[in-house]
Design a protein around this ligand. Structure first.
Ligand code: GTP
Ligand code: MG
Length: 478
């Protein structure tokens, strides 16, 4: 077992005896000593000092090695200023992945008088970190002391002795195997547990919940919005319709109270026109409001129905007042006669010569008054009739437009509900599809995890046996 190749082959044989066919560790054995350590520990100084003293050995620092390079030995330097920390131990693990020979060095012992305690603490900390460091030798050194010569003799002696070990290459190779097998075991275990998939699976489950909840929420929000908007439209339109009727009716009543005899005929047409206007205004109001609601709900507005016919309005009952006219004529005539008699008498009393003239004046005055009284009474009567008629017309109109509001809002509501239901249906469909996709991926992950678990169960026992064999071999040759 002299040549490097022989030693490597011997190490590989240990593994092949238990588990043939394992791919060997992808490492390149380098005939160098690596000096490294945490930040500012003094590795560069120590490397320089070692180069000085050990010309037969190549001493390198971490930067000089490529990934996969396996140094012959690792000199791990920590300052005597502070004891070893956990991150230092992780660093040791990292640099000695493919190298069995690790030497611990406490540096700057010229400055720190308590370095021996630090060294003991470091030794304990590292052997406590991992079983494999139980036999790591520790020495103190001062590679670049503030005063005097470097103190590295003990380290140099130790290194020379250890590097002369004929089994060194084989043990390093075994260590590389150990790392490789441990990594394999870790990978199979993680795959079998689905560790790498856990985050993705959690995300998928979260997505699934989000889709379901989002859909439920959207649906109820839409229902509530629809109900609220329609209710509001109904109230506003009802108010608008009533308001229009009331104010137009008030205007017309005012007009009716000021009508002259000649305007009576036009008034009916005016009322009919205004009533038709109100119907049109309300109709347009409904259309606008419904469109508004549709926009708010982001639904298509239903097409406005055919406009309603002009309201049916009976003519005002102005004609049928013959009796009253007769009565009024009689009363007016009586009144006129009274006035005529009084005037005639007055004239007769004042100037008997003017009796005839008085008679004539009295008759004219009486007749004029009669006509005037009868006329005024008739006009007042007609105004009263028209006022009542307007009131009746608008009472009827009010129920017509209110009914129109109710009917059209109801129609719009059912159109909106139908559209909203259709939209829900489409949303449900889309959500279902997305959930199905998520489920498919979840199933795929579960399947692959199960597959990996089977693989893990199949591979782990033999890998553990190889690991065991390698470790036994290392400790046997230590
Ligand atoms: N007193 C004393 N100081 C030392 C000793 N070795 C190194 N130093 C000092 O410690 C500091 C760091 O030394 P380096 O050798 O550069 O340490 P390093 O670990 O290579 O540092 P980085 O590569 O920068 O992390 C320097 O100021 C050195 O002078 C020593 O044995 N005694
Ligand atoms: Mg350095």
């Amino acid at each position: 077992m002299n040549t490097v190749a022989d030693q490597v082959a011997a190490a590989d044989a240990v593994v092949a005896a238990v588990e043939p066919g394992l791919t060997p560790p992808a490492v390149r054995a380098r005939d160098v000593v690596l000096v490294t350590g945490p930040w500012l520990a003094g590795s560069t100084s120590l490397a320089a000092a070692l180069r000085d003293r050990m010309s037969e050995t190549t001493v390198v620092e971490a930067d000089d090695l490529a990934t996969g390079d396996a140094p012959l030995a690792v000199v791990f330097v920590v300052s005597a200023a502070t004891p070893l920390t956990e991150s230092d131990c992780e660093l040791v693990d990292l640099v000695s992945r493919h190298t069995d020979l690790v030497v611990g060095v406490v540096s700057k012992i010229d400055t720190y008088r308590g370095w021996r305690e630090v060294l003991t603490a470091d030794r304990e900390a590292l052997s406590g970190w991992s079983e494999r460091y139980a036999h790591v030798p520790w020495v103190g050194a001062a590679a670049a002391p503030d005063l005097g010569e470097p103190r590295v003799d003990e380290l140099v002696g130790l290194l020379r002795q250890r590097l002369a070990d004929p089994e060194l290459v084989r043990r390093n190779r075994l260590r590389a195997w150990e790392t490789r097998i441990q990594e394999l075991i870790d990978r199979y275990t993680a795959d079998g547990d689905g560790t790498g998939r856990r985050a993705r699976v959690a995300t998928l489950q979260q997505n699934r919940d989000d889709i379901t909840r989002g859909r439920r929420l959207a649906k109820s929000e839409r229902t509530i919005a629809l109900r609220t908007q329609v209710q509001q439209a109904r109230l506003q339109l009802g108010y608008f319709a009533r308001n229009r009727c009331t104010s137009v009716r008030a205007e017309l009543a005012d007009d009716a109270s000021k009508l002259g005899r000649r305007q009576l005929g036009d008034f009916e047409a005016q009322v009919r026109r205004r009533a038709a206007d109100v119907v049109t205004e309300v109709e347009e109001g409904i259309t606008a409001q419904v469109a508004d609601v549709a926009a708010q709900l982001q639904l298509p507005a239903p097409r406005p129905p055919t406009p309603p016919d002009a309201p049916v309005i009976d003519p005002p009952p102005l004609k049928s007042r013959r009796l009253e006219t007769q009565l009024m004529t009689v009363l007016g005539a009586g009144f006129g006669l009274g006035v005529a008699l009084m005037v005639t008498r007055l004239f007769a009393g004042l100037a008997p010569g003017l009796t005839v003239a008085g008679l004539a004046v009295g008759a004219v005055l009486g007749l004029t008054l009669t006509v005037w009284v009868v006329g005024i009474r008739g006009l007042l009567y007609d105004r009263g009739v028209l006022d009542r008629w307007v009131s009746d017309v608008f009472t009827a109109l009010r129920s017509t437009v209110e009914e129109r509001v109710a009917t059209r809002v109801l129609a719009a509501e059912s159109a909106f509900s139908a559209e909203s239901a259709a939209r829900d249906e489409r949303d449900a469909q889309a959500a279902q599809e997305r959930i199905a996709e998520v489920d498919a991926e979840l199933r795929q992950h579960a399947l692959e995890t199960a597959r990996a678990a089977t693989e893990r169960d199949r591979r782990l026992p033999s890998l553990k046996r190889v690991l065991e064999a390698v470790r036994t071999e290392i400790s046997a040759s230590a």
